[in-house]
Design a protein around this ligand. Structure first.
Ligand code: SF4
Ligand code: SF4
Length: 99
């Protein structure tokens, strides 16, 4: 497999325990996408039992479609890390801050 090496903000915490990528309040997807429309939802959320065998893998923010967030530039997140939690029963970027 080819490897990419670049800087990316990380998911420092995720409280969405019912997501398949979640282990012990951490996200172990390779990278997630935020923004499933106008709210800063986690587009990578997958309801299911835990899938990951790589609990040491830290997830990055690959893309974010929320241009109304002050951390967003060119549909990419520019902050160091984000937290994900549940808002109205949906996985949500808790670091979102309106411009
Ligand atoms: S809801 Fe999103 S950030 Fe949280 S574990 Fe699932 S994919 Fe990762
Ligand atoms: S902090 Fe803002 S730009 Fe970064 S992922 Fe969350 S909503 Fe997107």
């Amino acid at each position: 497999m080819d490897k990419l090496c670049f800087e990316m903000p990380i998911v420092s915490e995720c409280k969405v325990s019912e997501c398949a990528y979640n282990v012990s309040s951490n996200c172990h997807a390779r990278a997630i996408t935020i923004g499933d429309g106008i709210r800063p939802g986690c587009d990578t959320f997958l309801k299911g039992s835990r899938h990951t065998r790589k609990a040491g893998q830290v997830a990055g923010i690959g893309a974010c479609k929320i241009s109304g967030c002050k951390f967003n530039e060119d549909f990419e997140c520019q902050t160091d890390s984000v937290r994900v939690g549940t808002v109205q029963n949906q996985a949500n970027c808790m670091t979102f801050s309106a411009r």
